[in-house]
Ligand binder design. Structure first.
Ligand code: NAD
Ligand code: GDD
Length: 347
């Protein structure tokens, strides 16, 4: 592992300590469950409201429960006996979803509200909450040549409507449980996470998966023009899933006891036009760009300032975008072909 000799779950917990992961039918929490299983943990409880056949991945030997975590009784059941609780459940997606379904996004505040109380009552040792870069003040993100966002830039608050405010509120719950009840809580602000098996179609997909899929569609259908939302000058940074999962473990077990939100993201800024060019290069094709200016765009620029994470962990997400995107592209191509062949896919 890069950086300092950081504590991790493997060095801090017993192998039969119960780890509870919410949102495990989805992308990141599903990968986190697999990560803990590979570390040798024998008691992992994975929970999602989606019916089990719709989970993106299921790790053999892991207890999987289908429960709606916006319900307090279900959270109590979910957290029974837990030593650590990771809450990654949320109704969310890329810009196409969060700009259109703000009420659904806001409702996720119920999940964290009930999960943290249930984890506290169950006597869990630690609690993790997955926040987002959408919690940052949007006034600071009006220029593609954005200054990278440091943790203090969330306040004064002007978060992304709906989704961003839910994250800010849930962050506040976590911080007050630690301040008032001495319950150890950790908050990471994820910056756009991509990889396999992440949502790649259906309306919730984010730019990396969407752009890969569009290139694959163009190639398959013999099209020479691809549609990009906005004018493509918007900038973002993108974190590969393996970095995200490792970062969650390091933040949760850091002996510096990080009580305030911390960025977990790449600091490699790229424009959406350049991201499309990268996807085209990976696909071995050159396409004309058509810009849909009426499509959801979100902020003009967003990047992660990794000074704080470097300071406390001596580590920051470092997977090169091209390496991660190649793997993601290859996986989406498989999914695309599987769907064409009438097989089951992640969507
Ligand atoms: P995802 O949509 O793949 O996974 C979220 C899961 O939560 C889904 O499987 C969904 O069914 C489940 N869920 C929703 N409501 C639920 C409920 N009431 N009870 C139980 N389960 C419920 O999303 P993801 O990309 O894996 O994101 C995981 C977490 O990370 C979320 O909290 C998200 O806001 C946060 N995050 C993700 C990104 C990103 O780029 N992927 C960026 C910032 C923050
Ligand atoms: N989704 C998508 N699909 N975005 C596209 C597309 C497309 O086909 N074409 C261009 N874009 C542009 C969007 O208009 C936006 O400007 C940019 O790509 C990034 O879009 P997303 O990846 O959908 O979302 P985001 O980066 O604005 O926000 C995401 O990251 C946050 C954390 O950094 C979302 O996933 C949030 O939910 C998340 O919290």
């Amino acid at each position: 592992m890069a950086g300092k000799n950081n504590p991790t779950a493997a060095s801090v917990l017993g192998k039969d300590d119960l780890i509870v992961v919410g949102g495990a039918g989805g992308f990141i929490a599903g990968a986190l469950v697999r990560y803990f299983h590979e570390q040798g943990f024998t008691r992992i409880r994975a929970i999602d409201k989606k019916p089990l056949p719709q989970w993106y991945q299921r790790t053999p030997g892991v207890e999987c429960l289908c429960l709606d975590l916006s319900n307090a009784d279900n959270c109590e059941r979910a957290c029974e006996g837990a030593v650590e609780v990771y809450n990654l459940a949320a109704d969310m997606g890329g810009m196409g979803f969060i700009e259109r379904f703000r009420i659904e996004c806001l409702r996720s505040v119920l999940i964290n509200t009930h999960m943290i109380e249930a984890a506290y009552r169950a006597g869990a040792t630690r609690y993790f909450f997955s926040s987002s870069a959408c919690a940052y003040n949007t006034d600071l993100q009006k220029d593609p040549n954005v200054r990278a966002l440091k943790e203090s830039d969330a306040y004064p608050a002007m978060a992304e409507r709906g989704y961003g405010w839910e994250k800010l509120m849930s962050e506040m719950f976590c911080q007050e449980y630690w301040a008032e009840r001495r319950f150890e809580t950790h908050i990471a602000r994820f910056h756009n996470v991509y990889g396999e098996p992440g949502t790649w179609d259906g309306g919730r997909e984010k730019a990396p998966a969407a752009l890969c899929r569009k290139v694959i569609e163009c190639k398959d259908q013999g099209l020479d023009e691809v549609v990009i939302w906005g004018d493509g000058t918007q900038t973002r940074s993108f974190m590969y899933i393996d970095d995200c999962v490792l970062g969650i473990d390091l933040i949760m077990h850091c002996d510096a006891l990080i009580a305030t939100p911390i960025n977990l993201g790449s600091d490699h800024l790229i424009s959406i036009n350049d991201l499309m060019r990268l996807a085209e290069r990976i696909g071995g094709v050159k396409l004309k760009h058509k810009h849909d200016l009426a499509a959801p765009k979100g902020v003009a620029g967003r990047n992660s300032d990794n000074t704080f994470i470097q300071q406390v962990l001596g580590w920051a997400p470092g997977t090169p975008l091209e390496d991660g995107l190649r793997k993601t592209y290859a996986w989406i191509e498989q999914q695309y072909n599987a769907r064409k062949a009438g097989k089951h896919t992640v969507s």
